[in-house]
Design a protein around this ligand. Structure first.
Ligand SMILES: NC(=O)C1=CN([C@@H]2O[C@H](COP(=O)(O)OP(=O)(O)OC[C@H]3O[C@@H](n4cnc5c(N)ncnc54)[C@H](O)[C@@H]3O)[C@@H](O)[C@H]2O)C=CC1
Ligand SMILES: CC/C=C\C[C@H](O)/C=C/C=C\C=C\C=C\C(=O)[C@@H](O)C/C=C\CCC(=O)O
Length: 253
């Protein structure tokens, strides 16, 4: 199912994105790793090419909010691997002070990445079909009092992804779109503390209630999303209580 496929993953220099890349490489995919952090990206690409074989990964330094750079990353992936079969729109930040930046990275760039992925994958546009995994969060399902802009961006990811997923032309051209919604996972993002003492307290309480998951748990959910090929438009959450598909309203009104 994965051997010979090629994936593009944003925010792949570290954290969840790096682990998504490792999982796909282990399964025989080639990967184009995209990230704004050039130093970390180069070190990740070097590590992966050593472990999985020279040429199995390319890195593209790119700010996902820069339309030209993101377009170039997709072109590089296609030129190198000849096709793009999996796209993981994963890059994200928590930044309530600079909430416009938070929305630009977490939502606008996911929209742009989805549109580019559709262009490269749709069979009527010369692609082979494929899967788009958009990374939302449990914060895309539940309210988050201490991070409202972050929650809005992640709710937006779910609405946008599900809307395209049920579009008849997208389905008939072989592209499947799904959403992954993890709870707190052990990466740098959970160190982005809110600023006010009330919000810090709310955040700490939430962290205490939910705990912090190990990366492996989220990877299990990621693989499930990719392997369950009949899960068009699905929203899969993963937290300490388990992995579950959410019953959402049907796409049709
Ligand atoms: N760790 C967690 O608790 C959870 C994380 N998520 C989501 O998972 C995704 C990945 O986050 P983590 O790996 O946890 O965080 P992280 O902070 O470890 O990694 C985020 C990566 O995105 C990159 N990035 C940030 N802005 C960028 C930009 N403008 N252009 C290109 N790359 C950019 C960073 O350089 C970094 O490599 C995010 O969308 C986050 O919202 C969702 C639920 C839980
Ligand atoms: C502030 C940002 C830090 C990390 C990023 C992460 O994406 C943020 C998540 C923020 C909130 C997550 C809320 C999650 C809530 C829950 O998982 C629960 O309230 C679940 C309670 C019962 C769940 C039973 C079930 O539905 O499985």
């Amino acid at each position: 199912m994965f051997t010979g496929k090629a994936a593009l993953i944003t925010g792949a220099a570290q954290g969840l994105g790096k682990s998504f890349a490792a999982v796909l490489l282990q399964k025989g995919c080639k990967v184009c790793a995209v990230d704004i952090n050039e130093e970390k990206l180069q070190s990740t690409v070097k590590e992966f090419n050593t472990v999985y074989g020279e040429g199995s990964v390319i890195g593209n330094k790119c700010d996902v909010t820069n339309a030209r750079e993101l377009k170039e990353s997709f072109k590089q992936a296609k030129d190198t691997f000849r096709h793009i079969d999996i796209v993981v729109n994963n890059a994200g930040v928590v930044d309530e002070q600079n909430w416009e930046k938070c929305l630009d990275i977490n939502l606008t760039a996911v929209i742009r990445g989805t549109l580019l992925a559709l262009d490269y994958m749709r069979k009527d546009r010369g692609g082979n079909g494929g899967t788009i995994v958009n990374v939302s969060s449990m914060a895309g399902i539940y309210p988050v009092e201490f991070a409202p802009a972050y929650a809005a961006s992640k709710h937006g990811v779910i609405g946008y992804t599900r809307s395209w997923a049920f579009h008849p032309e997208v389905q008939s051209n072989g592209v499947r779109l799904v959403c992954l919604c993890p709870a707190y996972t052990d990466t740098d993002i959970i160190k982005s503390l809110p600023k006010s003492s009330v919000d810090i307290e709310l955040y700490q309480k939430s962290l205490q209630t939910l705990g912090v998951m190990k990366m492996e748990r989220v990877m299990e959910a990621f693989v499930k999303l990719l392997e369950d090929t009949d899960n068009i438009g699905s929203v899969l959450s993963v937290n300490k209580f388990g992995i579950k598909y959410w019953k959402m309203q049907d796409a049709k009104l």
